[in-house]
Design a protein around this ligand. Sequence first.
Ligand code: BGC
Length: 759
Amino acid sequence: MRRLTFLHAILLGSGCVAAADSIYHDGWNDLNKNGLKDAYEDPSQPVEQRVTDLLARMTLDEKIGQLQLSHREVDAEKRFGDAIRQGRVSSFLDGSQLIETPTQRNRLQRLAVEQSRLGSPLIFGHDSIHGFRTIFPIPLAMACAWEPGLFERAQTVSARETAAVGIDWTFAPMVDLTRDPRWGRIAEGFGEDPWLASLDAAACVRGFQGSDPGAADRLLACLKHYVGYGAAEGGRDYNTTEISEYTLRNCYLPQFKAGLDAGAWTVMSAFNCLSGYPASGNRHALTEILRDEWHFPGCVVSDWTSVEELVPHGVAEDAAQAARIAITAGVDMEMVSTTYADTMRRQVASNQVAPAVIDQAVRRVLGMKFAKGLFDRPYVDEALYTNAFLTPDAIAISREAAAKSCVLLKNQNGTLPISRNVKSIAVLGPFGDDGGSLLGCWAARGRAEDCVSIAQGIRSKLSPDAEILTVRGCEASTSAPFMHKLSGTLVIASNAPTAGDAAEIDKALAAARSADVVLLALGEPSNWTGENASRSDLDLPGRQMGLFDAVAALGKPVIVVLVNGRPLTLPRLQARAAAILEAWDPGVQGGNGIADILFGDVEPAGRLTVTFPQSIGQVPLYYNHLNTGRPTLGEYVDGPRAPLYPFGFGLTYTTFQYGPVRLSTPELRIGQKLAATVQLKNRAVAATAGPRPVRELKGFQKVRLGPGEARELTFTITGGELGYSDALGKWRLEPGRFQVWIAGDSESGAEPVPFEVVK
Ligand code: BGC
């Protein structure tokens, strides 16, 4: 193999940090002058020692290079080739359309491993949020299955597919709690309950990383966005957040802690200003909590240019100060912006940044690369690429997840399930026969042609002679249904129907008139959720309600299937539709999963993990709120205070009776356990296919009961679950009176049963 020239090494050396030995280093996998491998190259050495050994050989420029995460562009080799050879590039992030084959990645990797002085490997990251090519339902949807194990299985597939193109690291799971459905990124999270979200976060981490993230089919996970990003004021993306320490610790941090406890190797620092100081420079969050309290050993990467954005935030006057603030606060690696790369050398030379600060960040970056096994297996097996995608097991999990994510919101007079004997169904609406519209935001390499549309799913349930009439009826949105700024001018887009729209609606009405069953698939376009896709209104966009009203006016029962990425305001649909199935953005197998529910092959068992308000003016509205001093007052003068559908809501094709709750003891001595038992009965007689929140989720069970069957369910309550963090971060479990409800959702349940927690 090559031997680097003395001259080359001198040019690279910073002169102030490089160990003399490194100048003579003979490259990756070469034996050193004693005929041995260097310690960092030797897999038999402990990682800690390998990191220390490598660090001691690195020049300052090489170290700073490790701290840069660059956006991989089409001509990455041309653009970054020299910098890679000089050891100044550490990692790549793949955006929308770049990564195609593992061969491209291996080629870049070869430049680093075989042509740079120390042969330090690159790491490749990508956003696989809910699948790579096999797209699963969006996380908010999957959370409604109340089955963390489903996340684990789905993310295992996602890891396998993503790794097959040569990616090592995913920027997921997004564990941001939000209470504001205007925020487009609500789609990426798990809902409004920190306890359930913690289980889901941990399950995702296990799915991505497995027991060894270094395995060829696993990825490093990244918990994001640290922290408080989901509390954006006004639901506007990137906006300021004000979160008390009390709420931060009890609501926004637990999911991160759970993900770290599950072994997540990396954390991403957020864009938002967190209670007075930007998250990507926030020492309290990044060091005092993450490192000092939680002892997180892994790597913190900034979100996209969020280090540079410390300047417009107004806390740094230039790139150098931004870099200094971020690195000393605890951001190890900078994504896309280059303030570290551009200024750190100078700042170290002028003693503005201590070499030890750089070393610490580099250690963490190297640590994650070692965890991924990149020093021992820098290349991916290109053969894994063939047949990696949309395998039968992946498709099956995607279909199962699509069905389990569905939440039945209304089912008047047993409208659902639909009989398989129907002769004709009108499948109307912009989402009725458009598979690609089911992918949702952050759909990685999901393709429209891989998707099963709702009409296709329905077709597969019916006899070949049954008729399926599909008409779009209207578009999912008008091009600009809101006021927007165009070249500095305020434009109000017209929402008035055109002649073409009227003709479409007439076609839809004709189909509805002639069909036995009328189904309307309505919702939000995928790009109306996700990043930078906030809404100022939660109604169905465009002219979809006009289409619904026209169809409903025919007087036939209308089944509505909703395809959307956030809670919507649906009182009009609730009043007039015969059945409403919330299917969310269900992914590539959406049509099949939805049809499984519509025809009763799978029981609808999804329950909302997020509150649906009646109107946007109620936002934020969430079940686990604190009580006020005047709990019965504080109504709106012009509308209801109660949600349309509370957290936990979801119907099934049968009804359940919850018996009274019995406790094993009226007193829970701290450190002991208490069992709460309820009898749950399937009512069907035949098969039909400081201040604490007013309530908090402490357990759930998903059971299957046959008609008339009853079963006792026992929930164990331990002291730990009843504790909470005070504003100083101290965990408290205080003696006192508690109440237990065991119920179907957060608003129902008979009289609660009280018990006492005693010391
Ligand atoms: C998003 C992150 C994402 C990153 C890389 C940012 O704009 O906020 O969630 O991981 O881009 O794609």
